[in-house]
Design a protein around this ligand. Sequence first.
Ligand code: UDP
Length: 478
Amino acid sequence: MWTVDVDPAPLAALAAQLDEVAARRLTAGAERARTLLTGRRLWNVSATAGGGVGELLRTLLPYVRDAGIDARWLVLDGDEEFFRIITRLHHVLHAHPGDGGPLGAEEMAHYDRVLARNLDEVRENVAAGDVVLLHDPATAGLAPELRRRGAVVVWRCHLGTDATDGLTDVAWAFLEPSVAQAHRVVLSRATYRPGFLDAGVVRVISPSVDPLSPKNRRLGPAEARRLLQEAGLLTAGEGGPGAATTASSGPRHDGDAPAGAAADVPAGATMRAGGPVPANARMLLQVSRWDRLKDMTGLLIAFDEGFENLPGDVHLLLAGEEVAPHDSAAAAVLADCLQMWEGLEPAVRERAHVACLPLADREHNALLVNALQRRAAVIVQKSLAEGFGLTVAEALWKGRPVVATSVGGIQDQIADGANGLLVRSPTDLQGLVAAVARLLAEPAFAEQLGVAAHDRVRRDFLSDRHLLQYVDLLDELL
Ligand code: UDP
């Protein structure tokens, strides 16, 4: 296991973003939490420092520390096979087969072995009376031993599906012995509760975005443009659509030298296909991990099939994080996108781009996501399943018009036609392109959705609400 260092961030600055009542509530909540946690540590354990969970911990824990609470964040060590099993669990919990592999006794034995190794370190650190928040399936197996040692254990599952056709049973059977040992289980939607869990131990808490984090803080158009140009995501010039991209700027693979027109990408460049997006193009954007359920390839197909129905200045950018070395599933999704890009007609290829955002500096990565989201004409989230979908909340917060599939937690964030557009079925590619085309053709409508989008997040999905719900949870547990 390794520790992610968490520096405090001023809670007063967050309070200053809120109205007076909410600000007072937040300050009182911090006081309540400090009292409750006197003499205890608050541990968070996650599988990685990235994705939605990483984003949440990175934004919430600094405020918790500023409140005078000894909050810590540990990340599991696991091998490739462990992460393969975890990705499979994630997909099956979302009612998708994933790689189709089993979740049986052998997988369970491997999972237990990896967690046993991690437990040695937990044992040295976690004391009786400490509170431990275990995030997602990868960490659930730590619950029984932690409970035996006298810790207060909360399992926070960020995944789930509304589907009730039994597809998820095998994943829940895998997790049940562990999850049943947690004092409380926190889910993102009430409908995600598995049958074996009594409603009395489940609490529903939605994720949130931090208005002051590098990912969501104010960023003017000039600063956004500069960041994107420096990163090689956007051309420096103002040439016509496609001016700086050529069909020869083919996919790059790790370690390859930039090919073709990618030569005008600066060092540390992130473009994997299509070269930088022209500075005067209207950008259609999806930002996601390279995960099948985000359906980046589906979006590329929709763009290709609907190409004739989109204005000529529209460029698609698929942006995801650099792929971690152990993450073969993500590498496969990225490779599929690049291969699919290769097979496109040159005219389509010229207006489709694939980028990996560098991770060496998390703050810089978050700023790039911020800049992309602010720059985008329309933001898409074409997920096949989504526990919550922080990328959607991030886009709404920035007042961007969003088109998303009506799955999982996205339904809690977007009211169709009021603060974004929902596409009923992930297979409805025509519907998706039509929604995008409408927003591009009707800027006043897009603007109106954006204003409502920002208000929606302000009302329900900012960090203060999230923190206070955790304080309520601690209140009932301690
Ligand atoms: N993200 C990022 N950099 C990237 C790609 C994604 O910081 O290059 C972030 C994204 O902005 C969001 C998180 O990863 O904050 C993804 O969370 P979400 O809930 O959308 O999906 P998850 O990855 O948890 O399934």
